[in-house]
Design a binder for this molecule. Structure first.
Ligand code: ADP
Length: 728
């Protein structure tokens, strides 16, 4: 009876206030639990409806619920939404003025307020604690509870003081909520909030409609454009690590015909909001963003999420990819992975305190393991969050592709025996060291070199054994200890396996070592630069260049430079228009030399049945930056280079760098007026003849040959003159 009535109240409020007919998942049970005064722990994926779990009981119960949330921007959002529903809710954080604070205080003490959102920094202030002590409070909600744990990805030291403060203000029931928590982080949250006895409500993290894929970061700009073109007109998010990268990639997509906009914390907030709105209202299809984007975004039809750079943690990755496919329709999550990105991220952490740095490193390692592994992605991700699948789920790159499988029985036995023989007290690295006979300090000091598993590597290397250990965890034979998180222990299944070993199929990790990843700073000048060049075509193009050079009595590089040929061998330009998109190829060159090259490529494409990726022609973005345009204009007006350097406030040699960039990417420059001033005809002729005879246009070679008699400045300027006159 009573339960029915209570159920009615809950459902009526859900309908009347929020307009929803039914609870989702565990919501009703959770709400009942906190309303009965029990500590409650909610683990629910993003978008599943966590806020309802504390908003609804806050509205029904007497007094004010305190919601601790680290996200000030989101706080305002939620309060605005609640106010729009007619609920009295406010927030208390550092953005409020004195008058606003007084207003909030008054309403709280009046007992009119249903929810008070507080930032952790504000909660720790004496005056606020005193205020809360005086108020009539119903319960405390700790949102984003993973921030409590230094083992998570978003540690906030102030979160550690929450429990003491709650005790101080009146020992209220707590509801802790998070969308991301590994088993270790969960245990940390419960310990810290002293709610080990709390009722836990875990919803499955399995996002069945998301297709997960990792690709090595090779020729990534081209791949990105091709991918986004396949989803033409559909909504997607591209995450990049830096603001600069965000701007660059947004521009790249734009010039390649995608309705894309950038979003990052460095932008003016009104512009940021404008871009977010454009994305939500479908004026823009793609948003290119740093991880600043996405919190609180509830767009149901995001069809793809791309991590253009490696993410900092699997937690972050799962939250970000979780923004795809909220409507339940199939969506694609693609990560471009390069170990270089991981190293770069590690460098960013170097100024952090030791523990934080170690944890960040640990999280990054997990990203790297994930990318390199060929185990079903869903299985890996779920395992990371403490859920086991007993077989592959599929719907990912790894299960779709052929991967090398092998019977893991004996290898797994070796791993489990090593864990047991070393007393279940060591981490993965140590286990692998023992098996591979790497005599580390620990191996010798614990005399693990005397064990019979020592050196039982069967000719396999460290990486192989690391992969076996990780797969042993995914197969639930080993687990990480919850207190000593790096320590490995056998599970019951692990013990059973030792007694009754059976065949378990394992898969070999990906080997990205032979793949030439993108350079760190792949500037727009070498976009599409040919890691994936068609070698045969490249050689043919080089042959043609040589022939033409001979006919015209010119050095080959004057016709097209190597990077341009490589790019041609990558994207097969079959028209003048396509050819003009290649870096270093201007219209002048096309008219002069283009025809035979286009003919050759066309024939090659036909003979080899190549589907030309003309849709994937990567047009360079921002080839002509403001500086470049300024320099071109000044040279047109015959302004001396030292004056240009002065008015730009950049070093003279940097101006020459820019001039070279301009010239080598296909714009003719006439420097005669300046060269005449700094050198006489004879000297000019000497350098000219050198370049005419030279095999390459390499500056080092030229300096070596001419450097005793000519300055670097003279050689470089003459090289530009030479290229401009002969090559265009
Ligand atoms: P989370 O905090 O878990 O990421 P939110 O609390 O922001 O998710 O909820 C995501 C969306 O689901 C919101 O738009 C919310 O209004 C909606 N929602 C929550 N509960 C229900 C429900 N019972 N029925 C329908 N929609 C709901």
């Amino acid at each position: 009876m009573v339960i029915t009535e209570k159920g009615d109240i809950l459902r009526n409020t859900l309908k009347e206030v929020f307009g929803y007919n039914q609870f989702r998942g565990n919501q009703e049970k959770i709400i009942n639990n906190i309303m009965s005064g029990r500590n409650t722990f909610v683990i629910m994926p993003t978008g599943a409806g966590k806020s309802m779990c504390y908003q609804l009981p806050a509205i029904i119960q007497e007094g004010t619920a305190v919601v601790i949330s680290p996200l000030i921007a989101l706080m305002k959002n939620q309060v605005d939404q609640l106010n729009a529903f007619g609920i009295n809710a406010h927030f208390l954080n550092s953005t409020l003025s004195k008058t606003e604070i007084n207003k909030v205080k008054k309403q709280l003490l009046n007992g009119e307020m249903k929810l008070l959102y507080v930032a952790p920094e504000s909660l720790t202030k004496e005056e606020n604690i005193a205020l809360l002590k005086k108020a009539n409070l119903s319960f405390v909600a700790v949102d984003e509870a993973h921030c409590i744990s230094e083992w998570g990805h978003d540690f906030r030291p102030e979160y550690r003081r929450i429990k003491t403060i709650i005790e101080d203000i009146g020992n209220l029931p707590i509801i802790a909520l998070t969308a991301t928590a590994t088993p270790k982080v969960r245990s940390d949250i419960q310990k810290n909030l002293k709610m080990e006895e709390a009722d836990i409500f875990i919803s499955s993290f399995h996002r069945k409609n998301l297709f997960y894929e990792v690709r090595p970061k090779q020729n990534s700009k081209k791949q990105l454009i091709k991918f986004v073109h396949q989803y033409k007109g559909k909504a997607g998010i591209v995450y990049c690590l830096s603001r600069k990268k965000v701007e660059e990639i947004a521009e790249l997509l734009k010039v390649n015909g995608v309705k894309a906009l950038p979003y990052h914390a460095g932008m003016d907030s009104s512009l940021r909001e404008k871009h977010q709105d454009a994305f939500l209202s479908e004026d823009a299809d793609v948003i290119v963003a740093t991880i600043a984007f996405g919190m609180g975004i509830d767009k149901p039809d995001v069809r793809f999420v791309i991590h253009y750079d490696a993410p900092k943690s699997i937690e972050g990755y799962y939250q970000e990819t979780g923004r795809a496919g909220r409507d339940g329709l199939d969506s694609h999550c693609l990560m471009f992975f390069s170990e270089k990105d991981i190293n770069k991220l590690e460098k960013f952490n170097k100024d952090k305190p030791v523990t934080e740095r170690d944890n960040a490193k640990h999280l990054l390692k997990e990203v790297s393991y994930y990318a390199n592994s060929s185990v079903c992605r869903h299985r890996q991700l779920l395992h990371y969050f403490g859920e086991y699948l007993d077989k592959d789920y599929g719907f990912c790159d790894n299960t779709k592709k052929d991967r090398e499988e092998f019977n893991g029985k004996n290898y797994l036995l070796t791993v489990l025996q090593t864990v047991l023989q070393t007393g279940e007290r060591f981490n993965m690295e140590h286990i692998v060291d023992v098996i591979c006979a790497n005599d580390s300090q620990y191996v010798t000091s614990y005399t693990h070199n005397k064990l019979d598993v020592y050196g039982k590597h069967e000719g396999k290397d460290n990486d192989f054994w690391v992969s076996v250990v990780r797969q042993a965890m995914i197969h639930k034979l080993l687990v990480k200890d919850i207190d000593e998180i790096t320590v490995l222990k056998l599970t019951e299944e692990g013990h059973n396996f030792l007694e009754n070993p059976k065949t378990i199929t394992l898969t070999k990790d990906h080997d990205y070592s032979n793949i030439k990843m993108d350079e760190e700073e792949d500037s727009s000048n070498n976009v599409g630069h040919a890691q994936a060049a068609d070698e045969t075509l490249f050689e043919l193009l080089k042959g043609l260049r040589k022939k033409l050079a001979k006919q015209k009595d010119l050095p080959p590089y004057v016709i097209f430079q190597d990077p341009s040929l490589e790019e041609m061998a990558t994207i097969y330009p079959c028209t003048e228009d396509d050819l003009s998109k290649i870096n270093g190829v201007g219209m002048g060159k096309i008219k002069k030399f283009g025809k035979p090259f286009i003919e050759l490529i066309k024939n090659y494409v036909e003979e080899n049945d190549i589907v030309t990726a003309s849709d994937v022609v990567v047009k360079s973005a921002v080839n002509k930056s403001k500086t470049k345009i300024f320099i071109i204009q000044q040279i047109d007006r015959m302004v001396d280079l030292d004056e240009i350097s002065e008015s730009l406030g950049i070093d003279y040699f940097n101006v020459i760098d820019e001039i070279e960039n301009i010239c080598f990417s296909g714009t003719k420059l006439n420097l005669d007026y300046y060269i005449e001033q700094i050198m006489d005809d004879e000297r000019e002729e000497d350098i000219w003849s050198y370049f005419m005879e030279a095999e390459t246009d390499s500056l080092e070679d030229a300096i070596e040959e001419l450097g005793d008699d000519y300055s670097e400045e003279e050689i470089r300027l003459m090289r530009v003159k030479f290229m401009s006159e002969v090559a265009f």
